[in-house]
Design a protein around this ligand. Structure first.
Ligand code: FE2
Length: 328
């Protein structure tokens, strides 16, 4: 039976609504990203944004999919990990919709959703996921019947580091694209602390060192170039180690920072040297989005998972390996 699942994403800055069918065909995928007026991402303000846009986004998604709400068979949403106030908006919307339509509800893990939409849409089968976003930086793979985190940041997510650095350097918020642009004109690799421990990485020392270089008068271009080379070098090393350790020959990129062309280039070079392959979902399925939440909801429901409203408590620290993988 072809089942239609509506997914609600709201773990961080993005509120997204996606609608997919049982063949992972994306019928709709709309999103709206909260942009701070000044300063950083404030969880409560982001949550207010999500509350303001969620109803109209649901309407838009249903219209895009050319269905009515009554055609929805399952409602899913991201239960975590993420920012508490944001998670609660997505959860409340999903519970209301589920009760209103009298359709089942499935809460899903956001990180696992990044992997599954990649597996469904890029052609990879059993990849190591390099998940790089604002709040998350992890190397994840399927091993011993679960998705396990093989490496992760020991302090802040790479996207958050770019944003914080960008703010200090006056580059505006969501500074990743600006840093990427500046880096293209950088020529000198400045010294920054390269920090990989096993398959874990850390970024906060790099940020402090980069700010010191700026105070000493080094150019923004050289700083941006060096930050990218060092951070991405670390991520590629950690990913490659994970691939070798568990013997996988596919790497999947996910998260907003996966849009960075220099990171893609470095990952590509690594896989070519290993005789492996790299996969990148199309942009709207790579960033935080509702379609991936809908797709994982579909997989879980189809494999027999059932949840009551009481089972849908959000979890800010929802770990990837807590998920029982019933669909593989
Ligand atoms: Fe994400």
């Amino acid at each position: 039976m072809n089942m239609i699942t509506l997914g609600i994403e709201g773990t961080a800055h993005t509120l997204g609504i996606g609608i997919v069918d049982s063949n992972a065909k994306v019928l709709a995928n709309v999103l709206d990203m909260y942009k701070p007026v000044n300063g950083g991402l404030h969880p409560r303000e982001a949550a207010n944004h999500h509350g303001n846009v969620v109803s109209q986004l649901i309407e838009r998604a249903v219209r895009d999919a050319n269905i009515t709400l009554n055609d929805v068979d399952v409602v899913s949403f991201s239960m975590g990990p993420g920012l508490g106030p944001c998670l609660r908006v997505a959860a409340t919307a999903a519970r209301s919709l589920s009760l209103l339509l009298d359709k089942p509800i499935i809460g899903v893990n956001h990180c696992v959703a990044h992997i599954e939409i990649g597996r469904a849409t890029t052609g990879c089968d059993d990849p190591v996921l390099l998940y790089v976003s604002g709040g998350n930086t992890q190397v994840i793979a399927f091993f011993n019947k679960r998705y396990r985190v093989f490496g992760e940041t020991l302090d802040i997510g790479i996207g958050n580091m770019f944003d914080k650095l960008g703010r200090e350097l006056g580059l505006g918020y969501y500074a990743g694209p600006t840093i990427e642009k500046l880096a293209r004109d950088g020529k000198n690799l400045l010294e920054l602390p390269y920090s990989v421990k096993g398959m874990d990485v850390s970024f906060s020392g790099i940020m402090t060192a980069a700010l010191n270089l700026w105070k000493k008068g080094y150019s923004l271009e050289d700083i941006a170039f060096s930050v990218q080379e060092v951070c991405f070098g670390m991520l590629v090393e950690a990913s490659e180690r994970a691939m070798a350790h568990i013997d996988k020959n596919e790497i999947l990129l996910g998260g907003g920072v996966a849009q960075n062309m220099r990171l893609r280039e470095m990952v590509q070079k690594m896989v070519e040297e290993r005789g492996a392959r790299a996969y990148i979902p199309e942009k709207n399925l790579c960033v935080d989005n509702g379609a991936m939440i809908a797709w994982l909801g579909n997989l879980m429901y189809s494999s027999g998972v059932r949840m009551s409203i009481e089972d849908t408590m959000t979890s800010q620290k929802f770990r990837t390996d807590e998920v029982s993988v019933t669909w593989r």
